[in-house]
Structure formats: C-alpha cells, structure tokens
Ligand binder design. Structure first.
Ligand code: KIV
Ligand code: ZN
Length: 503
C-alpha cells in the first residue's frame, strides 16, 4: 500500500474563512489534537499576515513534535524570511512558498509576466531552501493554468530545491476526470530531485462545485501522494476538502485505492467536534462520516438489517472513528479518579489545571443531571481545553419575562473580586440579560449570531449556546454549557466578551 501524507490546513486556510477565527489558545489546543490525530503536516498560519499569525505559528512550532509544522509565504524574500523565523523552534519545519500560475491571476492580480513568475519561484524557493530543510511549492490556481506553464513552474521549484509540489484547485473548478488526467501527466513529466528521488506530488482541493473529495481521490489514484485539506471542510466560500472524508474513503475502500494514511482513526470524531466547538459551527446532521445521522437508522427495514448484521447498512462502524454509545458512564458520586479515567478512555489528555476545571464542571453537572453521558463529558472537556482569562465571571442573574410585561434582567458579575450589578430591559429575556452585561463591561461590539442546541437527549439535557460577537473586523466565538438555557446563554456571551478583552 502507498502511504498518503495528510497535510492539514485547518489553522491556515480554514481559519482564514469568515466566522472561523480562532484565538491563540484555541489554535494551540487544535494543533495538539491534530498531532494526536496523526496528521503528517500541520499548516499553522501565514506569519507575514499579522503579528498574531506570526505568534501563533511560533507557539505551535514550540509544542508540536509529532507532525511537521508548516508556515505559508508568498514567493517574496520578506515573506519567506518571516515564515522561517516563526518556524525557528519547530522540530520538523516546512516552508510553504506559493505564487499563482494562471494567466488570469498573473495578469489581473499580480500584474506580472510568466517569465517574472518563474524568476520569483526560482529565487524564493532557493532562499527558502537555505533557511529550512523541507520546502513545498504551491502553484495557486493550478487547475486553471496553462498545463505547460504549470509544469514549467513546478519544475522550476523542484530544480530550486522544493521536495513537495502542490497543485491547488483554488476555486474548486476542476472535475475528477480532469484532475486525474492532470496529475497522471504531471507525474510523468515532473523533474526529479537533485538526489534522483521523486518529489511528493500534492493536491489541494476547494469545494465550490461539491467535488473536492472526488477530485482529491482521483488525484490519489493518478499518483498524488499528499492531500491538503481541513477538518470538517472549513475554509473560504464552500470550503476545502474535508480531510476526515478523504481519510475514511481510503480506509473503507483500501483495496480500490491501494493507499493508506498514518491517521489514528479513533481520533477523527473528537477532532471534528473540537473544530466545530472552537468556531461555533455545528456539524450538519447529514455530514458524511461525522454528522449526527451518519450512523442513525430510522427506517424500520434498515434498523432490522443493522440489528441482524451492522454491515447491511453500515459501511464503517461508529467506533472506528471514535464515536462511542451514549450510556450512563458516571454519576454524582464518581470521584476524580473515575472521571480522569473516563476522560482518558475517551482519548483526551488534560494537563492538571484544565483537568481540575473540567472535574469541577462535571461535579456541577452531576448535581443537576440524572445521567452524565460520554457526550456530556466530551462537551465539558471541550470547553476546558481552550480556556481564556476570565476577566468577568457570572455571579448570579434574575430574568423576568412574559407576554404582558417587557422582559427585564438583573445580572451580577465579578471582576477582580468586586461584584458589579446592572439591570436592563430587552426584546426578550436573553436580549435583556445581554444588555445588562453590556452595561457592566462597557466594551463596544455587536452580536452577530446566537445558536442553541442540546448536547444529549432528555429533559435534563445540557444546552450548548454559541454566540459570535464582532468588534471591527474581528469576530470571536463564545460558548456556554448548562442545563439552564439562560445560564448557558450568559456564559456563552461572557466567554466571548472575555475573549474580546483578552485580545
Ligand atoms: O487554495 C489555494 O490555492 C491555497 C494555496 C495558498 C495553497 O490555499
Ligand atoms: Zn486553499
């Protein structure tokens, strides 16, 4: 079986999409989970884009040892040097240099000739190779580029020292047949590295026409040995290819593709959940592989078949990707040892302080809820994993609402040990409570999204509220969990406010 490298760009191409911004703590938590998942490369950011991006790449480079850490840079010296500096602490750094190769992009976006582009590729890749032992080159908009020129651009990069060349379908325009044909042709015509070895041929598919997974798989069949994408397929417009879908297609149809990945499949579900939690976007119920309905069998005839033999209607088992059933696992009298053991069985490793926090949340929940399930525990652990300084803490609240009175809320918060209380009226009790918080914190922002869903079934299910607040160009996501939806809402709002203050 051929080994397919999985290059994850959730933290760069994914994070770049509107509404998917992550704070530094969230990026670190996600990078650690991607390492646990076993991806070969984590693209941590675009260091020249902002000091925050630089810092995030630098922090990730310090803590990740099991995957290579990549940083993106345009084909210009300043970008390459900045990215190399950000990657300095990495055990396995990769510089990822790119420039567009389609005539449309060269003319309209960059205003340069093909010859100039080749010159820039040769210079920037050569410079990158003096600063880093592992260099990848990407030809942006490759699938709309003239084939011969694309080949010339990739060969220029290889001659300058690139070990991986990447073919992005930047605007999700190509089809599986075209992609397979292009990759097979490139494979035949690409130069070899100076030592005579083959380069790694990579693809990077966007999903504008819903063909990103099919295009990536077609490329693999034609000889590509690296796939770039994001968890849950997040990314600009219709997103990038969903890596979990490519990985499970290769696993489920191994004999067809004759290819495998080094991914720890049992980490797939929790990685997808973590991304969904961090960016505050629910996984659609019918999403392949990890959607809530992916393993639900409603139709009687299907249920009958699955009970007799799951293979009748299930081509992969939920356990294979780390989804376990919803049995009661712990209760009010479970001690810290039992909780820690369960957290570890679920595949999470929480350092001391975060474990304490998660245990405190578990005890509070077990006090209110009859049955604490694995899903509850995963929600608690997810919330603990990327905490930020809690400038304001919720002390208490009272909401008053009805059809014949205007909604009012009294909210008391604590800041530096001091209790601060405010009352406000609003268009409904949640709006009133949010306005009371606004009066206390006095920070300008706008509420752009509010959503609520239940973590499990039943009357005492935990509600998970996600809010998005915008301040200027910056959007932050706040999340709150409680069996009381008002409390969950206030916690989510405060979580987002605290993130804005922390920035
Ligand atoms: O879609 C794209 O072309 C990219 C490149 C920068 C790799 O994200
Ligand atoms: Zn992209």
């Amino acid at each position: 079986m051929r080994k397919i490298c999985i290059f994850d760009t959730t933290l760069r191409d994914g994070e770049q999409a509107p509404g998917c911004t992550m704070n530094p703590g969230e990026k670190l938590a996600l990078a650690k989970q991607l390492e646990r998942l076993g991806v070969d490369v984590i693209e941590a950011g675009f260091p020249v884009a902002s000091p925050d991006d630089f810092a995030a790449v630098n922090e990730i480079a310090k803590i990740i040892t099991g995957s290579a850490v990549a940083a993106l840079c345009r084909a210009v010296a300043k970008d390459v040097e900045t990215a190399a500096k950000a990657l300095a602490p990495a055990k396995n750094p990769r510089l990822h240099v790119f420039i567009a190769t389609s005539d449309l992009h060269l003319r309209e976006k960059l205003g340069i000739t093909r010859e100039k582009a080749l010159e820039m590729i040769a210079e920037s890749v050569a410079l990158a190779c003096t600063l880093c032992r592992d260099v990848e080159f990407s030809a942006e908009d490759a699938t709309r580029s003239d084939r011969e020129f694309l080949l010339a651009a990739l060969n220029t990069a290889i001659d300058a020292g690139a070990a991986t060349v990447n073919v992005p379908d930047t605007v999700g325009y190509t089809t599986p047949e075209e992609m397979g044909d292009l990759i097979a042709w490139l494979k035949k015509n690409l130069h070899r590295k100076k030592d005579g070895a083959e380069v790694t041929l990579s693809v990077h598919c966007h999903n504008d026409l819903g063909m990103a997974v099919a295009n990536s798989l077609a490329a693999i069949r034609a000889g590509a040995s690296q796939v770039e994408g994001t968890i849950n397929g997040i990314g600009e417009r219709a997103g990038n290819v969903a890596l979990e879908e490519v990985i499970m297609a290769l696993d489920t149809r191994g004999p067809l593709y004759q290819a495998e990945t080094g991914i720890d499949l049992k980490q797939i579900y929790r990685t997808c959940r973590l991304v969904s939690t961090v960016i505050g976007q629910k996984i659609p119920p019918n999403k392949p592989v990890v959607g809530r309905n992916a393993f639900n069998h409603e139709a009687g005839i299907h249920q009958h078949g699955v009970l007799k033999n799951p293979l009748t209607y299930e081509i992969m088992s939920p356990e294979r990707i780390g989804i376990y059933d919803n049995d009661l696992v712990l209760g009010k009298h479970s001690g810290k040892h039992a909780f820690t053991q369960r957290v570890e069985e679920l595949g999470y490793i929480l350092p001391g302080e975060l474990l304490e926090k998660a245990f405190a949340r578990f005890l509070a929940l077990a006090d209110r809820k009859k049955t604490v399930t694995n899903k509850d525990i995963e929600a608690i652990v997810g919330a603990a994993g990327y905490s930020i300084p809690e400038t304001y803490k919720l002390h208490s609240f009272v909401v008053n609402s009805g059809t014949v009175i205007s909604a009012t809320a009294v909210v008391k918060l604590i800041r530096d040990g001091e209790e601060i209380e405010h009352v406000a009226r609003g268009d409904g009790p949640i709006d009133a409570a949010f306005k009371a918080i606004d009066r206390i914190v006095k920070v300008g922002f706008q509420l752009v999204n509010y959503s609520i869903h239940s973590v499990t079934e039943g009357e005492d299910a935990q509600g998970e509220v996600v809010v998005k607040l915008r301040q200027g160009n910056n959007t932050v996501t706040g999340r709150g969990l409680s069996t009381d939806i008002f409390e969950a809402s206030l916690k989510a709002y405060l979580n987002a406010v605290n993130k804005i203050i922390a920035q």
